[in-house]
Ligand binder design. Structure first.
Ligand code: ZN
Length: 304
C-alpha cells in the first residue's frame, strides 16, 4: 500500500514537472527573447553598467547639472559599452589636461586607414578593422570621413568644432533679428559651460544652432568636452549611406547612437539584439536606425 502511494505521488510530481516544462517550452516557442531581452529604461541599465565599473551616475554626471544630464541623455550610449572598453569618467570634460589623462589611461592604438591615421581604443579599432575587411571582401570599403578627425579628438578639437556651428548661427540669428548685437557679444564672452546652457535654452524657442539651423546643435556637433570622439569610441564613416555598410558595422559592435549625426558610429561592442536590455531604444530617421538612450526626452527639431 505504502509503495502504491509512493508510486502515485511520484506520478503526480512527474506530471506536474512535465506540465511546467511544456508550458516553459510553449512560452519559449512564442517568444524566445521573453526573459532575456526585456527592454530596460536607460537610467536603470546605466546604474547597473556603472556599478560593474565601481562608479555611479552621480559621480560622472551630477543630477544638479541639467546640461550634463541633457548631454548624457543624448550621447550616453557609450557608458553602456562592453567592458573591453573604458568610458569617460565624466559626462563633460572641462579642460585638455583632464582629456589627456583619460586618453592615456584608457589607451589607444593607431592604424593607417586609406590616407589617414585613425586612433581608437584597442577593442574598438580591432572591430573596425574587421568590419573593413568584411566590407572589402564584398568590393566595398569603410573609410574615415574628414581624415584623422574621424576618430580620436582632443579637447581643443571639440571647442573648435563647437565654434564652427555656434559662431555662424549667431550671425544668422542676428541677421534675422532674433538676437541683438549685445546678446551675441555676451554669448560669445560666456565661459563654455554657461554658453552651452544658454544655447540649449535659446533652442527651446526655435533659435537652433545646428549647421542647417533647423535642429539642436547637439545633433550637429558635440558640446565642448563631451564628444564620443574624445572617448575614442567614435568613428565617422564616409560610406554611411550604404545599408550594407551599416549592417557590417553593427555586426562588429559599431552603431549609430547620436540622432541625426549620419556619418557618426559609436563602438559599444554589444550585439544589436541585446541593445534594448542595455537601456537603448531604436529610432528610425530617414531610413537609418539610431540606438539612443531609452528616456522619454524630447529631441528638439527632430521629434515632430
Ligand atoms: Zn562623429
Amino acid at each position: 500500500m505504502k509503495t502504491g502511494i509512493a508510486y502515485f505521488t511520484s506520478f503526480i510530481v512527474i506530471l506536474i514537472m512535465s506540465t511546467q516544462q511544456m508550458t516553459a517550452n510553449t512560452l519559449r516557442d512564442f517568444d524566445p527573447t521573453a526573459s532575456t531581452r526585456e527592454p530596460a529604461p536607460f537610467y536603470e541599465a546605466l546604474a547597473k553598467a556603472l556599478k560593474k565599473r565601481k562608479t555611479k551616475v552621480e559621480n560622472i554626471c551630477p543630477s544638479s547639472d541639467p546640461v550634463a544630464r541633457r548631454i548624457l541623455e543624448e550621447y550616453g550610449a557609450i557608458f553602456l559599452a562592453d567592458k573591453k572598453v573604458v568610458p569617460p569618467p565624466v559626462c563633460v570634460f572641462t579642460n585638455e589636461a583632464q582629456v589627456t589623462r583619460f586618453q592615456e589611461q584608457a589607451g589607444y592604438e593607431s592604424e593607417f586607414m586609406s590616407y589617414d591615421h585613425v586612433e581608437l581604443q584597442p577593442a574598438a579599432l580591432k572591430q573596425l578593422l574587421k568590419a573593413r575587411e568584411e566590407a572589402q571582401k564584398e568590393g566595398l570599403d569603410i573609410t574615415p570621413r574628414d581624415g584623422a578627425e574621424a576618430a580620436r579628438r582632443n579637447y581643443e578639437d571639440s571647442v573648435r568644432l563647437w565654434n564652427s556651428r555656434f559662431e555662424p548661427a549667431l550671425e544668422y540669428w542676428l541677421g534675422q533679428g532674433r538676437l541683438t548685437a549685445e546678446q551675441v557679444e555676451r554669448l560669445k564672452a560666456l565661459p563654455l559651460s554657461q554658453q552651452i546652457a544658454e544655447v540649449l535654452e535659446l533652442e527651446k524657442s526655435g533659435i537652433y544652432f545646428s549647421k542647417d539651423l533647423s535642429k539642436s546643435i547637439l545633433y550637429s556637433i558635440a558640446a565642448p568636452g563631451t564628444s564620443q570622439h574624445i572617448a575614442m569610441l567614435a568613428f565617422d564613416v564616409n560610406e554611411f549611406d550604404n545599408p550594407r555598410i551599416r549592417e557590417i558595422m553593427a555586426k562588429h559592435g559599431w552603431f549609430q547612437t547620436v540622432l541625426s549625426d549620419l556619418p557618426h558610429f559609436t563602438f559599444l561592442g554589444l550585439k544589436e539584439k541585446d541593445l534594448p536590455k542595455h537601456g537603448l531604444r531604436s529610432v528610425e530617421v530617414n531610413g537609418q536606425v539610431f540606438w539612443i538612450p531609452n528616456v522619454p526626452s524630447p529631441h528638439p527639431g527632430i521629434d515632430k
